[in-house]
Design a protein around this ligand. Sequence first.
Ligand code: GDP
Ligand code: IMO
Ligand code: MG
Length: 428
Amino acid sequence: MPAIVLIGAQWGDEGKGKATDLLGSRIDAVVKFNGGNNAGHTIVIDGEKYALHLLPSGILTPGVVPVIGNGVVVDLGVLFEEVDAIEARGVDASKLVVSGNAHVIPSYNTTLDRVTERFLGNSKIGTTGRGIGPTYADKMARIGIRVQDLFDEDVLRAKVAGALNLKNQILVKIYNRKAVDVEAVVTELRAYAERLRPMVRDTALLLEQLLDEGKTVVLEAGQATHLDVDHGTYPFVTSSNATAGGACTGSGIPPNRITRVVAVVKAYTTRVGEGPFPTELLDESGERLRQAGFEFGTTTGRPRRCGWFDAPLARYATRINGVTDFVLTKLDVLTGMDEVPVCVAYEIDGVRHDEVPMTQAEFARAVPVYETFPGWHEDISKARTLEDLPRNARDYVAALEAMIRAPISVIGVGPGREQTVVVHDLLD
Ligand code: GDP
Ligand code: IMO
Ligand code: MG
């Protein structure tokens, strides 16, 4: 009864969607446990590209039950747009289930996300503007609207009125915007209720039943370790727990049922939005990675910031998540370089740090200490076994594996489902 957690080890966009998709029909359910439509997963199947935001990546595999867990924040308009778009392409979304405890993103929170960012000016986070932060803030402040609230109009009206009591003050008095009308929000949310109702379940109970039946469940994170609200580069983070611990709270699956923790890590590093990034390359090497890796956001289209592999950053993910296996992606993007630098430590105020420093102030001043590895020029996109990789590529992988202190079980050599080297089976 394996429950496998799959998380990102860096700042997101490591290729989690492809990694989940790879497990394919050997899994029975895929649970999204955190975040919302701030995520963007691109999956390429037989040359066809799918961009998913809110739906768990497992939806593309026939037979897999896609689950939106209680830890997710759901923009219902986006949910149904996404369902309609993939159904129009022949994907069956009828098995999708949504937790009644998941919070919904009312449009006033999308507005607040955007105006708050503008208000912050130079201190902005660089959010995706999808209302994620304000909705998680409401959840913690206990003024959130949950999926289950949509089915009782009186309950919904009372909750929306309660939230807007506070929010309208902020919108009008601080941001100089018009007040939001309670009835307009109730009407907007109720419009989804009928279509949503058959999808809504006690997903924690459903997942327990599936695990008891010996089924395989994957818990798929949005975002990544260094965007985690507790363990990431706060405040330049998202507003949820994207680390392995969040898989339990965000799904209702208890920790003692988790059998494996798979971390997806890129062969270099990228980041979208603001915040510290020690190995960032602002020169033509960064541009080369951006072009070769097609590093443009799936959600906002923003160019991703690019830099070399940061070993202490990835090793931190091993520790925080209890990683049992790594999926190393985008090794092919490094092809054609004479040398590949890797950050092995930081220098901060003249002192060497082998691990991520304790404070953000120190991390913001961290200067990478590089070790350089010989590159390779052979095309590796058709490699399917370790032996197919040129010596220098294999040595690079082995060096990273030693630094991140967990086995690299899968290596990505291209965006396609089949462009993968499996060293150890993740389901064995
Ligand atoms: P996610 O948010 O972690 O699911 O990752 P994204 O989908 O946002 O970004 C990863 C991108 O890299 C997508 O466009 C994938 O198609 C692509 N990708 C995944 N693995 C590989 C790989 O091994 N090589 C190459 N070249 N592209 C990959
Ligand atoms: P996937 O799942 C990369 C970043 C945003 C911003 C910060 C906060 O595709 O890896 P938010 O809208 O969440 O309040 O923004 O987090 N961010 C991501 N960066 N990949 C993602 O998701 C991200 N989701 C949020 O750019 O810096
Ligand atoms: Mg992404």
